[in-house]
Design a protein around this ligand. Structure first.
Ligand code: CP3
Length: 360
């Protein structure tokens, strides 16, 4: 791993290789090759904090927007125009493939609602592995994006990881304590394993069609796996992350893995086989690097709530974040979780500018 003093990083790297295009910067960070500066994108970069998003969203309910390729592509591209990020992530939701498995999803005022939650052997029967043919809206949106972006901007796909999708399938709504899935884990562990296995098969196939549609990286969101003990993470999250990653990596595209609240499970995350670990804000990146070793790419990790601070605050925090990787080129700048609704656009712009070494 190449290391420079933090303040010299941008200058030394730029003079050695010139300014890179967005895709090349992304590809090099993934390969651990020198970059002019870290690539940057943000989780939930397309969404409610953007006035432009509301203009499109007013014409469609959320799931219809996900299923309408022209409109989904338009919304996916908004952060590129507004923020000039290095990567575009397809507009969709992790819960969409659950519908194909037989569990209908709606979105209410307080987030997703799965009215036919899986609770016992009878209801688990409804949850069937699904396979995709590439005609699905997500693949159509990605093909559209690939043709619009050309090859110079990185394009990202994603899916929910099995444990997090199982949490929604079992809980039915956003759940603070995950008490339903945890009770299933203690009362009917074999049933939970069966649900996780079916979801893992589905997710691997869902990522396959996104890769065939031309993405440069896919991210697995295991948002809720950080709520597990290390032992339970190793039994109910890790094996299914590994199963998905083992099926996806031979397709030649790197896989990122995100877990919120990952401090207790970092070494286990690293054992998933993911190329990129996307981490939350609880630990500084140099501590994370010591824990996971030199080879994996790190992505993150500013607290999204920091974007409620002034542009100057955001700039100072980003400098600290980037200094913590000390010129380690295996790094993609991002938040530690998705942008919160109500975040000022100016702060999001300041985040991106600071990564680029520009003034707020
Ligand atoms: O990052 C991007 O810009 C791509 C789009 C994206 C969305 N959801 C759009 C969305 C991505 C990557 C997701 C992932 C997702 N969805 C996760 C994992 C990451 C995370 O944030 O933890 C989870 C857990 C979900 C499930 C989900 N979708 C919830 C809990 C909610 C409601 C709460 C909320 O933040 O709104 C959603 C809705 C959702 N997904 C919106 C968007 C833009 C808001 C919908 C609206 O317009 O009202």
């Amino acid at each position: 791993m190449t290391r420079f003093e933090a303040d010299d990083t941008v200058e030394i790297m730029t003079s050695a290789i010139g300014v890179l295009n967005k895709f090349e910067r992304f590809r090099r960070a993934l390969a651990g090759d020198p970059v002019d500066r870290p690539p940057v994108w943000l989780m939930r970069q397309a969404g409610r904090y953007l006035p432009q998003y509301h203009l499109v969203r007013n014409r469609y309910d959320f799931l219809t927007l996900c299923r309408t390729p022209d409109a989904a592509a338009e919304v996916s591209l908004q952060p590129l125009a507004v923020l000039d990020v290095d990567a575009v992530i397809v507009f969709n939701d992790i819960l969409v493939p659950l519908e194909a498995m037989g569990v209908p999803v709606t979105f209410g005022e307080h987030g997703p609602v799965l009215a036919q939650a899986v609770r016992d052997t009878a209801t688990a029967e409804r949850l069937r592995p699904a396979f995709f043919d590439g005609g699905e809206p997500v693949a159509q949106t990605l093909r559209l994006l690939r043709s619009m972006l050309g090859v110079e901007t990185a394009l990202l796909g994603f899916a929910g990881a099995p444990f997090t999708l199982a949490a929604y399938a079992v809980e039915g709504v956003l759940s603070r304590n995950l008490d339903v899935i945890k009770s299933l884990r203690y009362q009917q562990p074999a049933l939970l394993h069966c649900v996780l296995e079916r979801i893992a098969e589905t997710v691997a196939d869902y990522l396959r069609i996104q890769i065939e549609a031309g993405v440069d990286m896919v991210q697995l969101f295991d948002t809720w796996a950080g709520a597990l003990s290390l032992a339970d993470y190793e039994e109910y999250a890790l094996p299914y992350q590994r199963a998905v990653i083992a099926r996806v990596r031979p397709l030649g595209i790197p896989v990122a893995l995100y877990v919120n609240g990952s401090a207790a499970v970092l070494e286990a995350m690293a054992a998933s086989g993911a190329d990129v670990l996307s981490v939350d804000w609880r630990l500084p990146l140099d501590t994370v690097r010591c824990r996971v070793g030199p080879d994996v790419v790190l992505q993150g990790n500013l607290d999204p709530a920091a974007l409620y601070g002034s542009a100057e605050t955001v700039t100072a925090l980003v400098k600290g974040m980037v200094a913590a990787v000390r010129g380690d080129t295996r790094y993609i700048a991002n938040l530690g979780h998705g942008i919160l609704p109500g975040t000022p656009v100016e702060s999001v712009k300041a985040f991106v500018r600071a990564v680029k070494g520009e003034a707020p």
